[in-house]
Design a binder for this molecule. Structure first.
Ligand code: GTA
Length: 333
């Protein structure tokens, strides 16, 4: 029913020695060298420590490092996630597990532990390699605080910070320029001002619709976030909302009324993008302190072109994030 995800393409260049990589990171504001990627297999990575785990999401975030001659010691982040059940494979699961181990039996209640064959027990691995310190910090379990950012705070604290250090958005340009994920594009409106590309998000393996997750990346490059939006961007935003919904119902059969369509504030990547997730899926980052529904954003801008240059916005920050320290120094926390 859902087209299976293509394999990650072999990546272009070999890894660079760590010292050179660090020099380039400094030049790029603490981020990975622009466009650098390296060929590797998972068995080339050794686990250094667990950054975070979630029993509820069946996910573990690992700090790993490259072994072997090329790239020895280079940092990586590996995210391992048990994949959701695929409905059509469930009958097989019970049939092939006649010898499941009974753990507990009490009256009408019992639990079994199953050891399914590999095709019924997949794990999705997402790898960031080479990973920067900023990537490692992003996935490390930490205390989180809410910030209330006024427009002045944005101009004086947040904007200078994101201009000096943000995650690289090379991956976004690769998609827009068809240098990566070109075969995964679900819809494109090529207009340079009001167009966008819709692709499956990195977090979705496309094997089931329960956790459907796509992302719309706009062609315009100067819009960093919600804070830059004015009424001038309404045609673009309306295209994303309308055409995004149409493309998803056409390709996946999920109607617009069952999609959560939103922007993050703050985003990790400062190139305007919109998240499309299944309404029934509790996607990471879809909670009230981070998600702004696109339909509401459009209405707010239609009422007041300067809406997002006037109001205060709330967002979460991890305690040891440099931006949190800037807000603390300014006496805002
Ligand atoms: N198609 O190369 C890419 C790519 N990259 C690098 C990021 N994205 C990509 N999509 C494609 N190709 O939804 C996606 C991300 C995200 C969006 C950027 O772009 O998956 P954002 O700018 O608002 O940043 O969105 P955000 O919210 O920090 O992104 P992210 O990475 O989703 O992190 C939010 C939380 O989700 C994390 O703190 C973590 O708890 C969780 N999370 C992140 N990755 C995973 C994962 N692979 N599995 C499970 N949970 C995850």
């Amino acid at each position: 029913r859902v087209r299976s995800a293509g394999r990650a393409g072999a990546m272009a260049e070999g890894p660079q020695p760590k010292r050179k990589r660090e020099e380039e990171e400094e030049k790029n504001g603490g981020d990975a060298p622009q466009g650098t990627a390296a060929a590797f297999t998972l068995s080339d990575l050794r686990v250094r420590r667990v950054l975070r785990e979630s029993a509820r999401d069946k996910t573990v975030f690992l700090h790993a490092e490259r072994t072997g001659l090329s790239g020895e010691g280079t940092d990586a982040v590996v995210i391992l996630e048990k994949t959701p059940f695929q409905e059509e494979k469930i009958p097989d699961l019970l049939k092939k597990l006649m010898n499941a181990e009974l753990q507990m039996h009490n009256d009408i209640y019992c639990t079994f532990y199953l050891s399914p064959p590999p095709e019924l027990s997949e794990i999705k691995a997402t790898v960031v390699y080479p990973a920067t310190e900023k990537h490692i910090q992003k996935y490390l379990r930490q205390e989180v605080h809410l910030i209330r950012e006024t427009w002045e705070d944005y101009k004086n604290i947040t904007l200078p910070f994101i201009q000096s250090q943000s995650f690289s958005i090379q991956w976004v340009y690769n998609i827009l320029e068809k240098k990566a994920e070109a075969d995964r594009i679900v819809h494109e409106n090529p207009d340079p001002s009001n167009g966008f590309v819709l692709v499956p998000d990195l977090k979705w393996n496309q094997n089931q619709l329960d956790d459907l997750y796509l992302i719309a990346l706009v062609h315009r490059r100067e819009i960093k976030s919600l804070r830059d939006l004015t009424a001038e961007h309404l045609p673009l935003l309306r295209n994303v909302l309308q055409e995004g919904k149409e493309a998803i119902v056409k390709r996946f059969g999920v109607p617009g009324s069952q999609l959560r369509i939103y922007l993050h504030y703050q985003p990790s990547y400062h190139h305007l993008h919109v998240h499309f997730t299944a309404l029934g899926y509790d996607a990471p980052g879809s909670s009230v302190e981070r998600a702004h529904l696109l339909a509401d954003v459009i209405d707010n801008l239609a009422m007041d072109s300067m809406y997002y240059q006037k109001r205060a916005l709330t967002f979460p920050l991890r305690a040891d994030e440099p931006l949190f320290k800037k807000f603390q120094e300014a006496g805002k926390v």
